[in-house]
Ligand binder design. Sequence first.
Ligand code: CP
Ligand code: NVA
Length: 321
Amino acid sequence: FPSVIGRDLLTLKDFNSDEIKYFLWTAADLKERIKNNKETVRLLEGKSAALIFQKRSTRTRVSTETGLALLGGHSVYLTDSDFHLGVSESTTDTGRVLSGFCDLILARVYQQKDLEDMANSATIPVISGLSEMYHPIQILADLMTLQEHFGSLHGRTVAWVGDGNNIIHSFMMAAPKFGMHLNIATPQGYEPDSEVTQFTKGLAQENKTSVDLTNDPREACLSADVIVTDTWISMGQEEEKAARLKSFAGYQVDHELMSLAKKEAVFLHCLPRKPEEVTDEVFESEQSLVWQEAENRKWTVMAVMTCLMQDYNPIHPMPNF
Ligand code: CP
Ligand code: NVA
């Protein structure tokens, strides 16, 4: 396995396919050992993590806190209202100070640039817990879920229906590395970031996969293996709500869109979910893997924390990707 000790995980752009596979292999291994075999695995005994949240979170916070505790470590949850960052201390000073107390930082911020500043000043690994640009640890959980469900990832087609946001940006940085195809449907004006798109097209070429952008959800879903969506109004965009609801009309994932995909297609959503982007029928259907996806946030973040702090040698064979 490739060592990733000491690295920051600010975007999956920085990690090659072997490194991403190593995270996923470790996640599968920890899940097997701890959940299925009931082993006690105190890999991170004595380690501390600072969890910085400038935005709300259910999954990211709880999976990280409980995951680190399972591995024997300790976390400190910090928001703008209980420490100095963003009020009376700079990001870079905060990064240096936390490096003296902790072994790792996980931060959910408004600006990717703040994560970069934090990582540049900190001497310990920094993990993104979401920014306006990316949500890398979410996509690790999504890939793990698809691998568990289908038994492999190579050659699968992921259809994205919705906003060209942080979640699809992270898919774009990872999917071609697994030989996966991407069909991305967004309303006009809500396309993914153009630099991310350029970069992903290059990745797709290298890996002989496709990345297709369209304004037609039906076209994107045709023969897909996976349909994915997310809220139309991300955190921080609340004021755009009325305009966005209008722009995204016709983008709700419903039975009709699902029926254009392959018969065995599945549905993913990072959550939290609003009813406008997906019908109850699809969300609650057999095809929906959203609860497994949410649970896998825990195994994947545990894997990331472990691998950034030590060379972990998985016990079980590598899953088939
Ligand atoms: N999917 C996700 O990151 O959820 P939270 O906002 O609850 O952390
Ligand atoms: N796109 C959403 C994801 C939430 C996990 C947001 O940024 O709010």
